[in-house]
Design a protein around this ligand. Structure first.
Ligand SMILES: [Zn+2]
Ligand SMILES: [Zn+2]
Length: 246
């Protein structure tokens, strides 16, 4: 929510919100987006926020997430004489092949999803956004898997999660991190798959372990290159922007 505002996008500006999976680091902010949109809608009427989510726990989270705000919603409604916040939830079964899950009213922007490999979390997806200017794929959380790169066929840019699993194997051996790292994307493997699928441009995000220095950051890039990737590569930082198309 804070990053979105810093990027110059207010909650009332959103056309739709897409959920990849239900891990808390991906949804803990969602009620904030919905509540802030609702409160600021007193100034700009935009209607319910469309939320697109895979079926299962993520969809259940979305449907229940405002429950804890009952009293707050009640007192604000009483005070401002406004209707309760409403969501327009579209949910879908995580598909095994690229499937369109949303389309803008003018038909120019299309969003497709594919199920990814984030077990024990099932019902996790990656998204692809197609626009007249080009296509961007967002992996969400997953092990390095071909599904993301099949979804990315012909895309201009892939934003992929990254975890230094192989490089840190010794250091994390026998710790809880061994388990956590096992359902994230080894950076070397991401480089290998991206190269194999001819991805022109790769941006790493959701960096594990979070880099503390430029040197740490460079290690992620070195891993991807070790995997054989020769395209354009950026280790992402918050609020970076990328241009695609003409
Ligand atoms: Zn995550
Ligand atoms: Zn996750």
């Amino acid at each position: 929510m804070i990053r979105m505002m810093e990027a110059g996008v207010a909650p009332v500006d959103l056309t739709a919100q897409f959920v990849t999976h239900y891990h808390s680091d991906h949804v803990v902010d969602l009620p904030d987006v919905v509540m802030t949109r609702w409160i600021t809608q007193q100034l700009k009427k935009t209607g319910p926020l469309p939320i697109v989510t895979p079926n299962g726990p993520a969809q259940r989270f979305v449907e229940r997430m405002l429950d804890a705000f009952d009293d707050d919603i009640h007192v604000r409604m009483e005070h401002t004489d406004s209707p309760a916040p409403r969501l327009k939830v579209t949910s879908f079964d995580a598909p095994t092949v690229s499937t369109e899950v949303w389309r803008s009213v003018d038909g120019l922007v299309r969003v497709s999803a594919i199920g990814v490999r984030h077990e024990p979390v099932r019902d996790a997806v990656a998204y692809r956004v197609d626009t007249p200017d080009g296509a961007v794929v967002i992996s969400g959380d997953t092990r390095a898997c071909v599904e993301v790169f099949e979804l990315a066929n012909g895309a201009d840019l892939v934003v992929h999660e990254a975890c230094r699993t192989a490089a840190m194997a010794k250091a994390i051996s026998g710790t809880v991190f061994e388990t956590i790292f096992s359902y994230h994307s080894d950076t070397i493997e991401v480089g290998r798959l991206a190269q194999q699928h001819g991805i022109p441009r790769l941006v790493l995000t959701h960096l594990i372990p979070a880099p503390q220095t430029d040197k740490d950051e460079k290690r992620f890039a070195d891993d991807v290159r070790a995997g054989g990737f020769t395209g354009e590569l950026t280790v992402g930082r918050d609020l970076m922007t990328f241009e695609i198309g003409r």
